[in-house]
Design a protein around this ligand. Structure first.
Ligand SMILES: *Cc1c(COP(=O)(O)O)cnc(C)c1O
Length: 362
């Protein structure tokens, strides 16, 4: 029950160009994954991230599944995952029969802690899923030193940069999500990005029913169909043309929150000096979280508590009893998402700030 909801958590910013391209795709009758916008979006994503190969998928989760399978990760294997993230990367590991191994995040930037990797690495470790958490890249140069193949999950950070490189360009392969609440969207959708020819070829094969490209209906692998439609790709093509503007607009929302809440005892999501953030949902931590969420709810502001730490999730907790993840647990316990979308009106941002202020006046 959401009484008189005034400020939603998230909204989309679709312009005339997305509508025009989507209409064009429909008018052309090319509405499956065969169609020119699929190639156009692939080319744009490849040039944006400077990656050699792109496969468009039905979601970020299906992109993760394809990358893990293309790397032959399965039963008996371990994959390191940060202890705080949306569950998809850890669930994707479990879904291929491998075991997610959780490592805490740093207090300095809230991404996986490179210093804590050595004790987590075993002879079974096959990969590390580096999640660019809440709009912020991982510390890739530190992660790379450990020699574990990196899969970058850039779902929450498209448009962010690590030093001079965009997210989506790190590790052996990256994945993105274009879900409606992410920085750029196709409704539902995602992609894989890689420079590795062999992995790219297997991903493309497995995403097309495992069917030989030269011998149709001859199946060399157990395949899937996680393809993106031309209509969705048309929307994505319009979005990526406006990517810089959309990212700047979301970052502008964060700056307004920073300005309006700067004097309150609230910690905003930290940004490392080597990072350029691409705000996903503006995230703040406070000891007064319950009071803030209650005040927001009373005023029709859909602020929300972020995810529990993964080792506390019902699907994983039995394996992690007695393990400490102090930073992930503290950040999870104190953090909330504030309503955020590109071109969010100033009055909406102010009404969120007013609700948060009211909780501190008590
Ligand atoms: C949203 C998200 C995903 C999954 O993306 P979908 O497109 O919703 O399947 C994967 N990883 C992270 C970190 C996410 O936030």
């Amino acid at each position: 029950m959401v009484p008189n909801l005034k400020v939603p958590l998230s909204s989309v910013a679709l312009s005339e160009s997305e509508k025009k391209y989507a209409h064009d795709a429909i008018d052309s009758s090319w509405i499956s994954s065969s169609g020119p916008y699929v190639q156009r979006l692939k080319d744009s994503l490849a040039s944006y991230t400077k990656r050699k190969h792109v496969t468009l998928t039905s979601s970020g989760t299906s992109a993760l599944a394809l990358v893990l399978r293309a790397m032959d990760i399965g039963p008996g294997d371990e994959v390191i995952v940060p202890a705080l993230t949306f569950a998809a990367p850890a669930s994707a590991v479990a879904a291929v029969g491998a075991t997610p191994v959780f490592v805490d995040i740093t207090a300095a930037d809230w991404t996986i802690d490179p210093e804590l990797l050595p004790p987590a690495i075993t002879t079974r470790t096959r990969a590390l899923i580096a999640v660019d958490l809440l709009g912020h890249p991982c510390h890739f140069s530190q992660l790379e030193r450990h020699g574990i193949p990196i899969i970058e999950d850039a779902a929450e950070a498209f448009g962010a940069r690590y030093a001079d490189r965009p997210v989506g360009s790190f590790g052996i392969a990256s994945i993105c999500s274009f879900h409606a609440n992410k920085t750029i969207t196709t409704g539902e959708g995602g992609c894989t990005l890689t420079d590795d020819d062999t992995i790219a070829e297997r991903i493309a094969l497995m995403n097309n029913h495992g069917m030989s490209p030269t011998n149709p209906y001859i199946h060399r692998e157990i395949g899937q169909n996680f393809r993106m439609t031309n209509v969705a790709a048309a929307i994505g093509f319009g979005q990526i043309e406006r990517c810089a503007e959309l990212v700047a607009a979301r970052n502008h929302v964060s700056r307004q929150y920073d300005e309006l809440l700067g004097d309150l005892p609230i910690e905003r999501r930290p940004v490392a000096q080597w990072a350029e953030e691409a705000t996903w949902l503006h995230t703040v931590a406070s000891r007064h979280k319950p009071a803030i969420l209650q005040s927001c709810a009373q005023r029709g502001v859909d602020a929300r508590s972020i995810w529990p730490a993964l080792p506390d999730q019902p699907i994983f907790r039995n394996d992690w009893i007695g393990h400490e993840f102090p930073v992930a647990r503290r950040v999870s316990a104190q953090s909330m998402w504030l309503p955020t979308w590109a071109f969010m009106p100033r009055e909406a941002i102010e009404s969120v700030a007013t609700a948060i202020r009211a909780a501190h006046a008590l």
